[in-house]
Design a protein around this ligand. Structure first.
Ligand SMILES: NC(=O)c1ccc[n+]([C@@H]2O[C@H](COP(=O)([O-])OP(=O)(O)OC[C@H]3O[C@@H](n4cnc5c(N)ncnc54)[C@H](O)[C@@H]3O)[C@@H](O)[C@H]2O)c1
Length: 370
């Protein structure tokens, strides 16, 4: 078990936060980085001591020494780059969302199947400490039977660059869909969604999506559980929130209303208690444990080795790296696996389509036969 994977990271905004984690993972070699402009590529490469650098993604995936590619480029490139990397014989980790269309989702599954390589969507929420806490409640039987799941991702993205403006809210829904489907270890069967409100005319012009909010219900395939998710991206007054609630027959977990409070456990009847969520660093190799609490490098003034954030995405980054690397090393499905990755993304894609058709119920494709 001393094998090491040569990792290449594509996209060095959010992507650069993962460099120091791979550098310390016992089964990874932080081999190469890739982004379009040479100056930023060199700034990041020099700061972290990564020698192999590419400005061209196509050149990178031709490098036979690359075992796995971790994609952090803009949304519209996720699927095309993932498919090309799989077809070039590389394992793929890809930030959310996995794709933007049903056709892309099918191609990802096909490429992964045909190449025999791993594909994992790097969904931060299902490796956050809050999710790991609810997973522990589930696995120790404290939740009882899971009866209902609910998530929300409320974020005002006004002023964010280019491709975000006017984005249909459900096209970036994995942060609220994934914990709901993850906790029941499932995939969605069908979805129905309503759009609500109206954004600016300039925003609507970008993607033809008029809605401020989108709110969807979905049914879990082969289970008697349903879920509900709500998203907004523009023109509403609401503090940032990525939340999920899980209702069990014995215990329910509910997210706090504001980020400054703690989640609540409902223990039956009128009994409720606030919970302090523990850290789950002990699940990780020792060398990357610090990254659950201080894992984010400040990229704001070029690159410094200063830790800036107490809890980047719920401490999920080192867990994601560990899960991806070990799924390859141990040749086992990752969490989320290939099918969950595309299904959880497609819930949002089809939810938006449903909203555009006045709430029509749409079935998700089942790619297990591919
Ligand atoms: N919680 C999360 O899971 C989370 C958080 C932040 C961002 N993200 C995702 O990460 C992605 C990147 O976000 P960001 O804020 O860093 O975006 P960004 O636009 O700041 O950076 C994108 C990076 O991709 C590079 N790039 C663009 N085209 C490329 C190409 N053809 N080949 C190689 N590199 C290319 C750019 O040079 C840049 O380094 C987004 O798609 C977003 O969805 C996820």
């Amino acid at each position: 078990m001393s094998r090491k994977l040569n990792i290449a990271i594509v996209g060095l905004g959010f992507g650069s936060e993962f460099i120091p984690i791979y550098q310390r993972h016992p089964h990874a070699e932080m081999y190469a980085i890739c982004q379009r402009s040479q100056d930023k590529l060199d700034a990041v490469g020099n700061a972290f001591g990564v020698e192999k650098r590419y400005t061209s993604f196509e050149d990178l995936i031709r490098d036979p020494l690359v075992d796995a590619v971790h994609i952090n480029s803009p949304i519209h490139l996720h699927a095309p780059q993932a498919i090309a990397a799989l077809r070039a014989g590389k394992h793929v980790a890809c930030t959310v969302p996995a794709c933007t269309t049903v056709e892309e989702a099918r191609e990802i599954v096909k490429a992964a199947r045909e190449s025999g390589k791993k594909y994992m969507m790097m969904e931060t929420v299902v490796w956050s400490r809050e999710y790991l806490y609810v997973r522990e409640l589930r696995d120790t039987g404290r939740l009882g039977r899971i009866q209902f799941v609910r998530g929300s991702h409320l974020q005002n993205m006004e002023g964010w660059p280019g491709y975000w403006e006017g984005l249909p809210p459900m096209h970036y829904a994995t942060h609220c869909v994934s914990p709901c489907l993850g906790i029941v270890n499932g995939e969605a069967e069908f979805v129905s969604c309503l759009g609500s409100g109206r954004i600016s005319e300039s925003g609507i012009a970008k993607y033809g999506s008029p809605f401020s909010f989108e709110t969807a219900h979905f049914k879990v395939r082969s289970q008697d559980v349903a879920g509900e998710v709500t998203r907004y991206l523009f023109d509403a007054a609401r503090q940032y929130q990525e939340s999920f609630d899980c209702y069990g027959s014995k215990t329910s977990f509910e997210w706090q209303l504001t980020e400054h409070d703690d989640p609540v456990l409902h223990l039956g009847g009128e009994t409720v208690e606030k919970v302090k969520i523990p850290d789950y660093a002990h699940l990780l190799p020792e060398a990357i444990r610090p990254f659950t609490t201080k894992g984010v490098y400040d990229m704001s003034e070029n690159v410094h080795l200063s830790f800036v954030q107490g809890s980047g995405h719920g401490g999920s980054h080192p867990h994601l790296v560990h899960e991806f690397v070990m799924s390859v090393i141990e040749d086992r499905p990752s969490f989320p696996d290939l099918h969950q990755s595309v299904n959880w993304t497609l819930v949002g894609i089809l939810a938006h389509e449903s909203a555009m058709r006045g709430g029509e119920k749409l079935h998700l494709p089942n790619f297990h036969g591919i």
